[in-house]
Design a protein around this ligand. Structure first.
Ligand SMILES: [Fe+2]
Length: 405
């Protein structure tokens, strides 16, 4: 990246950092159980919710209790259960159609990031019927109030229950992009560990590492605040203390509850302080090859941390202390390396690999271009990289390219 491009990115990011106290960030109201939902809806005068979920979550019976509560409470419930991982424009449009047909007045996103993001994207389309999803992609393009939205994560997690973002895939181009605006922050987040009890270990592992990546990328970026630094450190502490337990024993409700809390904190940190290149590269890969976002990001995270070099050692030391792998008097470089090693080790202990064999070499320049377009100038990363520089990460994680650090 040349000097003029770097200067543009840094000025853009500085502008957003200065504006943080002026922007309408808000935290969703947090509920600890789905049992509290009917009361909240009644208080708001809402009676026709659209439940947005996926067929397997519904098939496992995870939404059944809420559906019964709402039906018994005289709500006119409509259910859209066709969400797929990496929600496409077509699926979001279909959900919007159902919302309009059933004359719904609020949204409940119940599931992983895809279900919550679909509900949020439907909200954006309802608020802005004049615009397409593509036109609403990017920063601050929604402006108007979206319908009252409740987010119920069944993974811990994407953090979507607290963020300004909804990620969408254009099925024709494979391009994955995000809608980012304040009306997308859900009004209510329900952190009920019972909803994550039946989550398979592999999904618990991938989504848990996604949570870690949110906190780490927010913390090492250049737009942190005192609050987001604190949220990120608390998130990291919780992930290192609970993720392996939640993966190895899905019925450990204490670990599940702590991971839901971690997911919420990671989401709160990154929605103000952004993510970085691990996410930008991961989005390009999961859009093209339909890979799970959490696992892909988890594989990339240690490579990206290593590539930033010594300029992030002070932040990595603080993260290492939070993770319990260094002490306050540990030498900075040693602590930083200990944190990167701890991320590798955590990945390994929960069954996440170090490579993505699906990557085709011929796709790499295009994918790196998408990652650069997502990351620059928005993400306040510690070291700026253009598409050419980002290509290294695709080679690092290709089956036959790069070596584990
Ligand atoms: Fe993520």
């Amino acid at each position: 990246m040349n000097i003029a491009e770097k200067a543009f990115c840094r000025v853009f990011q500085f502008g957003f950092k200065v504006a943080i106290p002026l922007l309408p960030y808000r935290n969703p109201q947090v509920l600890n159980s789905v049992d509290q939902i009917p009361k909240i809806l009644k208080e708001k005068g809402l009676s026709r919710p659209l439940l947005v979920t996926d067929a397997s979550i519904r098939g496992f019976g995870i939404t059944k209790h809420l559906e019964e509560l709402l039906e018994d409470g005289d709500f006119q419930l409509a259910v859209f259960d066709s969400v797929q991982s990496n929600p496409t424009v077509q699926i979001i449009e279909a959900a919007r159609q159902l919302y309009l047909e059933k004359n719904c007045d609020c949204l409940i996103g119940f599931g992983g990031g895809s279900s919550m993001d679909t509900a949020k994207a439907v909200g954006a389309l309802i608020a802005r019927p004049d615009a397409s999803l593509e036109q609403l992609g990017g920063i601050l393009r929604i402006w108007k109030r979206t319908p009252f939205t409740i987010a119920i994560p069944t993974t811990a997690g994407t953090g979507s229950e607290t963020t300004v973002a909804a990620v969408v895939v254009d099925e024709e181009s494979g391009h994955k992009y995000a809608l980012m605006d304040f009306p997308l922050i859900p009004d209510v987040a329900v952190l009920d560990p019972e909803t994550t009890r039946s989550l398979p270990p592999r999904i618990t592992a991938g989504t848990g590492m996604d949570t870690l990546a949110h906190a780490v990328e927010a913390y090492i970026g250049r737009s942190t605040t005192k609050l987001t630094r604190r949220e990120a450190l608390r998130c990291v502490r919780l992930v290192f203390a609970n993720l392996e337990k939640a993966v190895k024993n899905g019925n450990n409700m204490r670990a599940r509850r702590n991971m839901l809390r971690a997911s919420y904190l990671g989401g709160a940190a990154f929605t103000v302080s952004y993510v970085g290149y691990a996410h930008a590269v991961s989005h390009s890969l999961s859009g093209r090859y339909n890979l799970p976002h959490g696992e892909t990001t988890a594989i990339l995270l240690p490579y990206v941390l290593e590539a930033y070099g010594s300029c992030i050692y002070p932040q990595l030391k603080a993260l290492a202390v939070a993770a319990g792998v260094a002490k306050l008097d540990t030498e900075e470089a040693e602590a930083a390396q200990a944190f990167i090693r701890a991320v590798w080790k955590l990945n390994e202990s929960i069954g996440i690999g170090t490579k993505i064999p699906q990557i085709k070499k011929k796709d790499i320049p295009g994918l790196a271009g998408m990652a650069a377009a997502e990351g620059n100038p928005v993400y306040p990363v510690p070291v700026l990289m253009d598409a050419r520089a980002l290509e290294r990460f695709y080679y690092d994680i290709s089956e036959d390219g790069g070596t584990r650090v």
